[in-house]
Design a protein around this ligand. Structure first.
Ligand SMILES: [Zn+2]
Length: 268
């Protein structure tokens, strides 16, 4: 029986769902193609793939990750930054001035305007060494968390079968990804360099709570798929104990008044 893991409808038109968005370079066998995801849900959740493509745009450019139909990476979705892959490597322009810049090849590049999508660039000189640093914010929005949950849930369906993914215990995950209902967080940290993408590993506890860990674009994510994310405080305190406060994060960052932040801040 075909039953979609998202809308739970049966006998909908099936689709080929890439577990990792194609634009990020999904390996050819990381696909749900046995009717786990209906065509309608595949299409309506496509915008979350776009969210990830935009968030990881600099990384895609850096590694030269081609998108759908072999399109080379190109950054157009940031107000003050433009980037393209050239024969010599990545070409990145950042406007850190106060006026609009008009570039012969890239066209209009705006100054930073306080938009979260702005890039920050600085030039550091240390003796005879000069270093250029470009920084962008990643994972600051709830949509980012929805997109990461979508991948985690697809890995769960792949690892444990769609029958497990149909369970009612995952209704909050479905509502969050499909409709943006509720607030859910993920944990992220840089992955080891050799593991740009890594397939999902599911950790299930005796009480039915499941967490999924995977890498995309050189970042490692841990997602608690339990209804109220009741495992998350334990994961946060474990990360704090092993890594301290640096080099990983709760995404999107919770407010200091949030219980998760308190767990994060209490471990030192
Ligand atoms: Zn569906």
């Amino acid at each position: 029986m075909n039953r979609c893991i998202w809308c739970l409808q049966t006998d909908q038109k099936p689709s080929r769902e890439h577990i990792v968005p194609e634009v990020l370079g999904c390996p050819s066998d990381w696909i749900l193609s046995n009717g786990e995801v209906c065509e309608l849900c595949n299409n309506r959740l496509g915008f979350l793939d776009r969210v990830l493509a935009d968030e990881f745009d600099l990384l895609r450019l850096h590694v030269g990750q081609v998108g759908k139909r072999g399109k080379p990476p190109k950054i157009t979705g940031r107000p003050n930054l433009r980037g393209e892959r050239r024969p010599y490597g990545p070409d990145i322009l950042v406007n850190m001035g106060r006026k609009i810049a008009n570039h012969p090849h890239y066209g209009v590049i705006r100054p930073p305007t306080g938009n979260p999508r702005d890039a920050q660039a600085d030039f550091l000189v240390d003796g005879s060494i000069a270093r250029i640093r470009i920084r962008v914010q990643v994972g600051a929005t709830m949509e980012f968390s929805r997109a990461i949950h979508k991948i985690a849930f697809a890995w769960l369906a792949r690892a444990q079968g769609p029958e497990v993914a149909w369970r009612k215990t995952f209704s909050p995950v479905r509502d969050f990804v499909l409709r943006g209902t509720g607030t859910r967080y993920v944990l992220g940290k840089p992955a080891r360099q050799s593991e740009y993408h890594r397939s999902g590993t599911v950790y299930s506890r005796g009480d039915g709570c499941s967490c999924v860990e995977f890498n995309i674009c050189g970042s490692s994510f841990m997602v608690d798929l339990s209804p109220e994310q009741q495992v998350l405080p334990d994961l946060v305190s474990e990360m704090s104990r092993t890594h301290g406060r640096d080099g990983w994060g709760i995404l999107p960052p919770p407010k200091p008044s949030h219980d998760l932040y308190k767990v994060f801040a209490s471990e030192e």
